[in-house]
Design a protein around this ligand. Structure first.
Ligand code: KG4
Ligand code: ZN
Length: 387
């Protein structure tokens, strides 16, 4: 608690003695980014040279209230917002300390430290209103006190920017425009055509449940808590390692597989999954673990088939495309990621998915997006939550 008070009083000392033109070398941009749209509270300090496309992560901290939501079997927005309030200042403070350490900025005041930061980036939406408000109001206060401009960032548009980081070893020429870009998470399954950083058009995606939501709901049918996706992947792996003989064929539907557009629909898949689970369980031939592993495997195959088919269709329509990006929580799924990699390699295109830690919500992607959209810089007084 005392530490917080010192941090806040430091912030206001900065405000009282601020200079109008803070910042350092104009060719390097250093951004402090904050993400608080759901149950993660994250802060990162990222940097890019004006003539480079690659973003470097200088410091990063993420706190999550996931455990609270496991207790309630789902996210209670008010609980998430209260947890954001508890975490936001310690997370920022920890990131600044880490920044001072990695940059060897020893024995300096907070005011001197923040003179190394050019702007603050903040997620303004979409997300849970209470959670967003905590991050946005904190960012506005800091921008006001530190005399920095703010860069408002759309969370969904930012996800693919987790691919444009130098520490991302899977990246192969990620800024290979034009590109196709999938954002697949708990809330989204969106396919974008990225002509450049400024021309990003949604060409298809979910018309009902997202792929992540489908994984989560099916995992719940099997008795697993949120987030269900990692459990589905684990069960599928167990099935492959120990495939039983004579398991009756269950072929889950691939909704909209043959539609001539880029839309996806996963709500029916959940219903078919629940029915198949009931039927196999009633059969009494196989134990519960085997049934769960088998169905999880089939589910992963069904979702992957749809995403791969839609990607193939988009590659055939947009012949000028040079690469495909995958991002969002579901990008952590290695089966999906490998299948897309295989397709793009066959087609002679590049493919990139973020390392696991930047698939789910984080502040690095927010800072990375901001570094490619510096023209969005504005005064703290112009920034508000945008649902
Ligand atoms: O991007 P994210 O952290 O939060 C949202 O913005 O929704 O994504 C969370 C989603 C959840 O639906 C979770 O089940 C899914 O990502 N997910 C996975 C895996 N890891 C997380 N889905 C499939 N396989 C995984 N390994
Ligand atoms: Zn997200």
């Amino acid at each position: 608690m005392l530490q917080w008070l010192f941090f806040i009083s430091d912030v206001f000392i900065c405000y009282n003695s601020r200079e109008m033109n803070s910042g350092h070398s104009s060719s390097i941009q250093t951004i402090l980014a904050i993400e608080s749209s759901c149950d993660e509270t994250a802060c990162a300090i990222v940097q890019k040279n004006a003539d480079s496309e690659v973003v470097e992560v200088l410091a990063e901290t993420t706190a999550t209230s996931l455990n609270k939501h496991i207790e309630t079997k789902g996210i209670v927005p008010e609980v998430a917002a209260r947890e954001q309030l508890k975490s936001v200042l310690p997370v920022i403070q920890h990131t600044l300390k880490q920044f001072a350490k990695t940059q060897q900025l020893n024995n300096i005041t907070t005011q001197q430290l923040i003179s190394h930061i050019d702007a603050i980036a903040i997620t303004t939406g979409p997300g849970l209103i209470g959670s967003l408000l905590v991050g946005v109001e904190t960012a506005r206060s800091l921008a006001m006190a530190w005399n920095k401009l703010l860069i408002p960032v759309n969370h969904v548009e930012a996800h693919p920017y987790a691919n444009f980081i130098s520490n991302n070893i899977t990246t192969q020429q990620p800024n290979n425009f034009p590109m196709l870009s999938w954002v697949i998470s708990g809330g989204h399954t969106d396919l974008y055509y990225m002509k450049s950083h400024d021309k990003i058009t949604r060409i298809g995606g979910k018309i009902d449940d997202s792929a992540g939501e489908c994984f989560d709901k099916c995992a719940r049918v099997l008795g697993f808590d949120y987030p269900g996706g990692p459990n589905i992947e684990k069960l599928s792996q167990q099935f492959l390692e120990n495939t039983p003989e004579n398991i009756p064929e269950v072929k889950l539907p691939r909704p909209l597989l043959h539609s001539h557009d880029f839309n996806t629909s996963f709500s029916g898949l959940k219903t078919a999954f629940a029915r198949a689970y009931q039927e196999l369980s009633q059969g009494g031939e196989f134990d519960q673990d085997t049934i769960k592993q088998y169905l999880a495997h089939e589910l992963q195959l069904a979702v992957t088939d749809v995403i791969v088919k839609k990607t193939q269709l988009a590659i055939e329509k947009y012949l000028e495309v040079k690469g495909v990006l995958l991002s969002g929580g579901v990008a952590a799924n290695q089966h999906l990621s490998n299948a897309l990699k295989q397709l793009t390699t066959q087609k002679g295109l590049t493919f990139s998915a973020p390392p696991l830690r930047w698939c789910t919500d984080n502040a690095v992607m927010i800072g990375s997006y901001a570094l490619s959209h510096l023209e969005l810089k504005t005064s703290w007084s112009n920034v508000a939550v945008k649902l």
